[in-house]
Design a protein around this ligand. Structure first.
Ligand SMILES: [Zn+2]
Length: 132
């Protein structure tokens, strides 16, 4: 099975990231199975930083509840890089504790946005999938 994201979910996170720039934007990506994203669950970047992000624990809890209530899986989480490429920073890798989910990064550094998904295990990027 190949990782996919619907146009609607992608447009939702793209709009969110453009509205939040130059601050990094973030959220969860949900879907009916682990390889299909159909929804962007918007989250607040409580760091309000152009270079890193953190989720609000209360929102994380609400997102997980929302997914469970609606029978959706957490495919992964995403954040934007307003001015740098779509690849994990050293800090992104350090904070990637779940080997089973995808870490999506949207780069707005070039005129055409770039959207990649990464699998990260034991401090190493083991897979990269280009989605846009
Ligand atoms: Zn990052």
């Amino acid at each position: 099975m190949a990782l996919t994201i619907t146009e609607e979910a992608y447009n939702s996170l793209l709009n969110q990231a453009r509205n939040d720039a130059p601050i990094e934007s973030c959220g969860y990506l949900l879907g009916p199975d682990e390889e299909t994203v159909t929804q962007n669950y918007q989250m607040t970047n409580i760091d309000h930083s152009p270079e890193h992000f953190s989720f609000a624990p209360r929102e994380q809890f609400e997102a997980l509840n929302y997914a469970r209530r609606n029978g959706l899986k957490i495919v992964g989480n995403w954040h934007s890089h307003p001015a740098s490429p779509s690849r994990p920073s050293a800090e992104d890798i350090k904070l990637a504790h779940d080997p089973d989910i995808y870490y999506f990064i949207l780069s707005l550094a070039e005129e055409t946005p770039v959207f990649n998904a990464f699998k990260i295990q034991n401090g190493e990027v083991i897979d990269r999938i280009n989605l846009r």
